[in-house]
Design a protein around this ligand. Sequence first.
Ligand code: NAI
Ligand code: MG
Length: 350
Amino acid sequence: MKKIKLAVIPGDGIGREVVPASLKVLDRIAGLHGGLKFEYEHFDYGCDYYLKHGDMMAEDGMERLGQSDSVFLGAVGDASKVPDHISLWGLLLKIRREFQLEINVRPAKVFGGIKSPLANPEDFDIMVVRENSEGEYSSVGGRMFQGDDEIAIQNNVFSKRATKQAMEHAFELAKSRSGHVTSATKSNGIFHSMPFWDEVFRETAAGHQRIETTSTHIDALAASFVTHPERYDVVVASNLFGDILTDVGAAIMGSIGIAPSANLNLNGKHPSMFEPVHGSAPDIVGKGIANPIGQLWTAKMLLDHHGEEEMGSLLLDTMESVTADGFLTPDVGGCHTMDEVVQQILSRLQ
Ligand code: NAI
Ligand code: MG
């Protein structure tokens, strides 16, 4: 029997609704598989924990999470209780940094039954690989002078190691897909870091002769995600460019409530973390109408990560058959509750 040990953090808001629902589905998948078992350790870290204990997680929290095979997270944040910068830095970003989750992978595809805001979308299926640890999101720089003379300097940090690592991951991914990698660049405007990015991209491409490549400037690429998303397969991007592109990706899919993400640790020293793109959605919490697809698609990525691609595909196909048959929550134009959607998925996974 293969066991996968999951550290489960529902977190705040609708995280506490979509995570328990997803565990039911994971258990059903394990039952169908026969040789697979999930072992859950539940952590009540989040804003309520902060109000009780003065911290977003226990002192030995990272150590305990580190004993799992993967972290399965809902959403963090409840500004009515704890300021967002404290809750996010104390839990989500802490895990991303300390577990060296240096790559963020986010798919964007036409999802059966869910209406894209694009008028006539062709069948697109994109995987964005975002460098998740450095680039434009660095704390190197500073401010000096005051008043009208004030200046701010923000340095970008691009290491060959992290850049190459993100690109290698993109090329490996492309091998199991249609075999094309697009690099998001801006070497016509950014003088040092982006020509370096292009050089590392060419060097990485040379090691993968069978994969086709394109380099596209980020402004044109973002526009093209809207006009011709079907042209893209795997896209590799720096931290900032990837952040923006993946939001465009979630938007053209039709709802933030369906978008998943995987934060990957690649040195094997820590678990990876799987979380939907959406937040805790305080405006709909407790109403039973949270879209469970984002969290469930995240679970599919977790299955893939642990070598259970067949079960991952089964889960994705089942979800798409349910949404295609009109079992939709209000955020995607439906009138069904989260429980009704989940129940449909469970009953089709027999
Ligand atoms: P949000 O993603 O929570 O909500 C944005 C809008 O999308 C809301 O109208 C919400 O109802 C809707 N929505 C989101 N997920 C949905 C779902 N599964 N089903 C149906 N509708 C859904 O972003 P917002 O409002 O900016 O942030 C709320 C809180 O979440 C804040 O405290 C923020 O810091 C936190 N947050 C946490 C994230 C994380 O844990 N990764 C990511 C984004 C925000
Ligand atoms: Mg973003």
